[in-house]
Design a binder for this molecule. Structure first.
Ligand SMILES: Cc1cc2nc3c(=O)[nH]c(=O)nc-3n(C[C@H](O)[C@H](O)[C@H](O)COP(=O)(O)OP(=O)(O)OC[C@H]3O[C@@H](n4cnc5c(N)ncnc54)[C@H](O)[C@@H]3O)c2cc1C
Length: 258
């Protein structure tokens, strides 16, 4: 298997991390059990000492239309899938516009916007080489228990792509900060918003070294330049402590700390 050197201070969306060897797994390879899988690193905070890492290679970067489903390799990027959906007039994938990542990352996070999320569209996922039906996978708001590595997915094939819906959903997310981030740092607790809570405890715009809680959207941890892993962790812990002390709510990370 090929090994790729990845500099996470460039590769990850939050631009934090060091250079690490990442094992590239191709179709037909045996999937190692002791490696952490990464996708596009749009939801990751990579420490200076992560566990062994792996990623899916080019053989998992494809899309094909079958009789009654759309099959997608899990290394495929969301932007590529969206263009394919538009070209082939496929409906219900408009929400992935400007949602950065690979399909594997989307499945593991059950990524989405409002009520639009990837699990709505799933028929079955190939996990560690076996097709598993959606009914047999536990999933919910921003999580899915895949119990392994997703390599391929079959999505419902419905027609009627809508540019209007795509534009509407992009508009909903227009308040996201422009600085490097890993998306929302915390999940919204039931009936509340993590951003509101972070703001309520006085951390909106709060900076530690190169990292800060955004002053545009408080639940975004942003890198203002040369931010480090330790600074990010300090801000995450500070927000958790303050929100717990003031509201008795335990914030749960959406961001994956590796
Ligand atoms: C600016 C910005 C805006 C964002 N907005 C949103 C939003 O509106 N909604 C939303 O839901 N998310 C949002 N995100 C988060 C991110 O886009 C999604 O979580 C995306 O699905 C991550 O995909 P990735 O390939 O980068 O995964 P990574 O960040 O690399 O990994 C995320 C998780 O998926 C797991 N994983 C990756 N590939 C596989 C695989 N093949 N099999 C099993 N597990 C796997 C990893 O182990 C990790 O636990 C945003 C991020 C950014 C930077």
């Amino acid at each position: 298997m090929q090994i790729k050197q990845i500099d996470f201070s460039k590769y990850s969306s939050i631009k934090v991390g060091s250079t690490q060897n990442v094992l590239v797994v191709e179709d037909g390879d045996e999937i190692p059990k002791d490696h952490f899988i990464i996708g596009g690193a749009n939801n990751l905070l990579v420490s200076p000492t992560p566990p062994p890492l792996m990623m899916l290679g080019k053989s998992f970067d494809y899309m094909k239309i079958a009789d009654n489903y759309l099959e997608v390799g899990c290394a495929t990027k969301t932007g590529r899938l969206l263009s394919f959906a538009k070209k082939n007039n496929i409906a219900n994938l408009e929400f992935i516009a400007k949602l950065p990542g690979t399909i594997g990352g989307m499945l593991a996070m059950n990524a989405g916007v409002k009520s639009y999320e990837i699990f709505n569209q799933i028929i079955e996922i190939e996990i560690n080489g076996n097709w598993v039906k959606k009914e047999n996978i536990e999933y919910g708001y921003r999580f899915a228990k895949l119990n392994g590595i997703a390599t391929k997915v079959r999505l419902r094939l419905e027609f009627g792509y809508s540019d209007e819906l795509k534009d509407e959903l992009i508009k909903l997310r227009a308040n996201q900060p422009k600085e490097p981030s890993a998306g929302s740092a915390f999940k919204n607790p039931p009936g509340d918003y993590a951003g509101r809570l972070i703001e309520a405890v006085g951390l909106k715009g709060y900076q530690k070294g190169g990292m800060a809680w955004s002053n545009i959207h408080s639940n975004f941890l942003v890198n203002l330049g040369n931010g480090t892993f330790d600074e990010a962790i300090e801000l995450i812990n500070l927000a958790k402590d303050r929100v717990y002390n003031e509201f008795g709510i335990t914030l749960q990370e959406e961001i994956k700390i590796v």
